[in-house]
Design a protein around this ligand. Structure first.
Ligand code: NCD
Length: 310
């Protein structure tokens, strides 16, 4: 039982077999949801959702997952709503939610917050994103979505375009991909947005076959998947630095004239203006389906983490 009562902090804490168990459980949940079966496995359970940074998908899909499983959720979305605003420290806040709930899902702009919470809490803690560091459950969804569209992850050519420097979803996805055998990973970025050294080091140690290129048109014809992110505006210490990078890439229908038949664009969302909305209704847009798969995957994860399904 690789998930039961364990904290979900980094995707690197899991093996390929562990993820396969999660994905099979997600398949099963999707089947049950389609059949409208009763899924009240979280009856009597409470999840605490502490989201100290804005969130649409992560927070509401976790909340939806809890409700769909018949559980209840304590949700707070700003420090102002808790005694953190009075100066209470994180440790005491976590202690309280640990005593009120069965699982804590936390997002914060600070790297290491989820790990810190996990050290204090006895209940399992799930990292909903900690600064620029990691977003493990998003990477689980991303990998599951690739498997959903292609039936496999091994052998695929995946391009990653966006804010490689600050997007935590990219770091976690790259770590997750080290558990598989993709044919090639293209890191596509103008120099200023390149991957941070600490992330590059970790994926190279794990032999991920990365090639860094600066332009999408150099590689687009080879790609099975293109993973895009927005520029992570809030992580730029200096607004001038953000201004310099904000319009560096945009995918338009013209960009996609030579792509492979089954080519898919994934994006953790929110997208701002890096993908032309005319792409949304094409067969290449995989991102809305990806967001939708977040609910069954998070349901599966909650069941496994709470030891309710094996
Ligand atoms: C991402 C995040 O919060 O890191 N959003 C998400 O959880 N789907 C991506 C982003 O904010 O750009």
């Amino acid at each position: 039982m690789p998930f039961a009562f364990r904290d979900v902090i980094s995707i690197l804490d899991y093996s390929r077999e562990d993820l396969e168990l999660l994905f099979k459980t997600t398949d099963k949940i999707r089947e049950l949801l389609e059949k409208k079966s009763s899924l009240n496995y979280l009856d009597g359970k409470i999840a605490a959702l502490l989201f100290l940074e804005p969130s649409t998908r992560t927070m509401y899909s976790f909340q939806t997952a809890v409700y769909r499983l018949g559980g209840k959720a304590l949700v707070f979305t700003s420090e102002q709503a808790t005694s953190l605003a009075k100066g209470e420290n994180y440790a005491d806040t976590i202690r309280m939610f640990d005593s009120y709930s069965d699982v804590i899902i936390i997002r914060s702009k600070y790297e290491g917050t989820a790990r810190f919470a996990a050290e204090i809490a006895e209940k399992p803690v799930i990292n909903g994103g900690d600064g620029r560091h990691e977003h493990p459950t998003q990477a689980m969804i991303d990998l599951y979505t690739i498997r959903y569209f292609f039936g496999r992850i091994d052998g695929l050519t995946i391009g990653i375009l966006g804010d490689l420097k600050y997007a935590r979803t990219i770091a976690s996805l790259l770590y997750g991909l080290t558990l598989y055998n993709p044919r090639k990973i293209y890191l596509i970025s103008p120099g200023v947005l390149r991957l941070r050294e600490e992330v590059r080091k970790k994926i190279l140690e794990r032999n991920l076959p990365i090639t860094e290129v600066s332009r999408l048109d150099e590689v687009i014809e080879e790609l099975d998947v293109l993973y895009v992110t927005r520029i992570q505006k809030e992580r730029y210490p200096d607004p001038i630095e953000y201004e310099k990078v904000k319009n560096l890439y945009k995918i338009t229908p013209e960009t996609l004239t030579k792509v492979k038949e089954n080519f898919k664009i994934l994006h953790p969302l929110p997208k701002i203006d890096e993908i032309d909305p005319r792409i949304d209704n094409t067969k290449y847009a995989g991102y809305f389906q990806q967001a939708k798969l977040g609910v069954p995957l998070r349901m599966a994860l909650l069941l496994l983490v709470l030891g309710l399904w094996r």
